[in-house]
Design a protein around this ligand. Structure first.
Ligand code: C2E
Ligand code: CA
Ligand code: CA
Ligand code: CA
Length: 275
């Protein structure tokens, strides 16, 4: 009788999900500690000149079994378990070391790094970044930090003060996935940011949806009106690229230009595309 009406908290499928999450979590912890994470770099191209002006660093995890695990699968788990702080440190260290090497080789070391809301919540975040810069011999001016619109909306006052600190030490700050947070636009002028990144969902729908097209155009004119750099991400076709340049978008990023690639390949790509 006891068993009959008992609520089953875990359906078998849910249990499998919990197991998988634990598995990923412990493997990720190992990868973070043992150099299993790498950064790949995707070019950002100037809409007016076609020149590459920098790149975005994207974390890559190849498991011991040689299996590639996409960030969409492990970043959320890292965020739920707090591992994101260690992961974020490793990512920034790798980016700082790479920037330092590129600088020494005469390569423009302009790198955008993704930052999670959790990292920002640490009151000593800026100090940690400065320490990692110093250790790598890198400069804050070489970096733009991409913070999602969602992360900023958690606590706008705190976010604004954190962004103030970041910019006063020389970092540029971008709002990532812009347009997905349904935030009030009035706060934009209160943040010391330099860049808006239009979420790729709008870029993808722009051609067939007049609504997405309008959103993209509005973000571009809003951004330009505020003196900001506007970046479109996820540009996959020539049609999208020309619509975006016509609308006045500053920079573009996406498979149409290049996929994220290992650092040596990015350096080659830079040499091949700059005349
Ligand atoms: P995101 O910051 O919005 O990065 C853009 C994503 O779009 C990347 O996916 C990139 O590879 C992909 N992408 C670039 N061009 C195209 C395109 O033309 N078409 C399509 N369909 N996709 C394109 P990725 O590398 O899988 O990363 C996914 C997300 O994981 C990122 O979204 C970011 O939120 C997170 N992430 C990646 N690296 C890091 C990191 O180092 N730290 C943190 N906190 N998050 C990261
Ligand atoms: Ca990003
Ligand atoms: Ca984005
Ligand atoms: Ca995104």
């Amino acid at each position: 009788l006891a068993g009959k009406n008992r609520i089953r908290f875990f359906e078998p499928k849910m249990q499998a999900e919990v197991d998988l999450r634990h598995h990923v979590q412990s493997k990720l912890r190992q990868a973070i500690a043992s150099g299993g994470l790498k950064l790949w770099y995707q070019p950002k191209v100037c809409a007016a000149s076609g020149n590459t002006v920098g790149c975005e660093a994207l974390v890559r995890w190849c498991s011991d079994e040689g299996q590639f695990i996409p960030p969409s699968e492990f970043i959320p788990i890292a965020e739920q378990t707090g591992l994101i702080n260690q992961l974020g440190n490793v990512v920034f260290q790798l980016a700082a070391q790479q920037a330092s090497r590129w600088h020494a080789e005469g390569i423009n070391p302009s790198i955008a790094v993704n930052v999670s809301a959790h990292q920002m919540r640490n009151p000593r975040f800026v100090e940690h970044l400065m320490l990692m810069l110093e250790q790598a011999g890198a400069k804050a001016e070489w970096f733009e930090l991409e913070i999602t619109e969602h992360a900023m909306m958690d606590d706008t006052e705190y976010a604004a003060s954190m962004i103030d600190k970041l910019s006063s030490v020389g970092f540029r700050v971008a709002i990532d996935d812009f347009g997905t947070g349904f935030s009030s636009l009035s706060y934009l002028k209160d943040f010391r940011i330099q860049t808006l990144k239009i979420d790729l969902s709008f870029v993808h729908d722009m051609i067939r949806s007049p609504q997405s097209n309008a959103v993209v155009r509005s973000i571009i004119s809003l951004g330009r009106g505020l003196g900001l750099t506007v970046v479109a991400e996820g540009v996959e076709t020539m049609e999208q690229a020309s619509l975006l340049s016509e609308a006045g978008c500053t920079l573009m990023q996406g498979y149409y230009f290049a996929k994220p690639m290992p650092p040596e390949e990015y350096a080659k790509w830079l040499r091949a595309t700059s005349s």
